[in-house]
Write a protein that binds this ligand. Sequence first.
Ligand SMILES: Cc1cc2nc3c(=O)[nH]c(=O)nc-3n(C[C@H](O)[C@H](O)[C@H](O)COP(=O)(O)O)c2cc1C
Length: 455
Amino acid sequence: MTRQMALVGFLQAQNCTNLPGSWRHPESRDDSMSADYYQEIARILERGKFHMAFFDDRLAMPDRYNNDHAHTVEYGIRCVKMDPIVVLTTMGMVTTKLGLASTASTTYFEPFDVARRFATLDLMTNGRAAWNVVTSVNDGEALNMGKAQHLDHDPRYDRADEFMEVVLGHWDSWEDGSLLIDKTSGRFADPTKVKRLDHKGEFFASRGPFTVPRSAQGHPVIIQAGASGRGQRFAGRWGEVIFTASRNLASAKQGYDAIRGEAVKAGRDPDQMFLCNLITPVAGATKAEAEDRMAVIQKLPLEIDALSLLAEALNFDFGAKPIDEPLTSEELQGMQGMLGMRDGVLRASGKSNPSTRDFITFSGRAQVQDAIVGGPKEIADRLEEMFEGRGCDGFVVAASYVPGSYADFVNHVVPELQKRGLFHQDYAGTTLRENLGLKRPAAGAWKTRAQAAAE
Ligand SMILES: Cc1cc2nc3c(=O)[nH]c(=O)nc-3n(C[C@H](O)[C@H](O)[C@H](O)COP(=O)(O)O)c2cc1C
């Protein structure tokens, strides 16, 4: 079969999109704290045959900049952050095919809890759930979750490896065929097919038995977005859908090859994983219409948006330095958040000690300079180049206003991608795995492949 791309809607259960200024857009809906807002997005994405709606998450509002939240609340810089799984559930109730993905942290939750919440979502949506595994980024999250400080970068991933073993172990506990529900014999399930996990490891202990049987797709799809060396190793071991944020084909190809290489080392088939690259399309019926839209969007960001979100993502208070003063090597080394972002700024600026202003310019954080602006042809051309050039297998589509950005993409770009045979005409099945073309995992398959790779 011809290779076709996966499309994922990038959503936030918050007062703005990942572009913090989006709420100021004249056509943005004002009711982002209502179910109806998210249900409208869900219907648009399903009309456009998107594989998934995906929510990011963070367990704190940005307040690392100047160690204060006043600016965050005042300018609406992602200051509302609701529980994404609850919001997803409301979207699941008005759709039947759209995959439903949410982020949850391995650093601040217990694996049993995460395993149960996602397995429940998977049952309630007939096998459409996915979990984006993150290790979280900053001290604000630590302080909200009863810890003094966020864990260091690489040890977070060591802990996350064991977290995955516990979650997947629990998801395997009810063998297929264990449910009998036989009123005549009075037997609900076969006890020989439901096992306790009895996990006692370095970081976690969880006994079981798990309390949620397997779903139509086996278990939720695993998403990951590690970008550092350690993060890519983790993504290659566990991720079935991988999110990347490459800005051009050359760097996308590098990331694509690196993560697929890690998957092979972990004993996996790299063709059973989809790398989806983040894009911000600004689409119109014509190029001119899109450029008019972009003119409005470009006026939305404020400098404080970028400063606030950089401080949040890198767990570093950029407010403590004059904006044009180079950061010291010690300060750069001390950053513990999304290190892929720091490294990207070092690369793109060509400076070993960039200033805060360089971070604003070269990270593009909270801004739209990376937007792909165009009519159907221009946007489809860019996506086709990245997809056919093997920079990725699909795209995570970010919005600069809601619901307009999704509607514009679905109305103008999706038909063009379909016409070119790059995107499916319709959903192949009902579960997310069926629609992505991922095999239903056999219970325990992840263990054998880890062993095979170690041998
Ligand atoms: C599309 C996309 C979505 C992401 N969503 C989240 C998120 O919701 N929460 C989070 O803490 N990190 C999120 N991340 C960050 C990644 O999990 C990861 O930390 C980041 O890419 C840096 O990689 P590293 O952890 O290997 O340094 C996202 C990254 C991408 C590309």
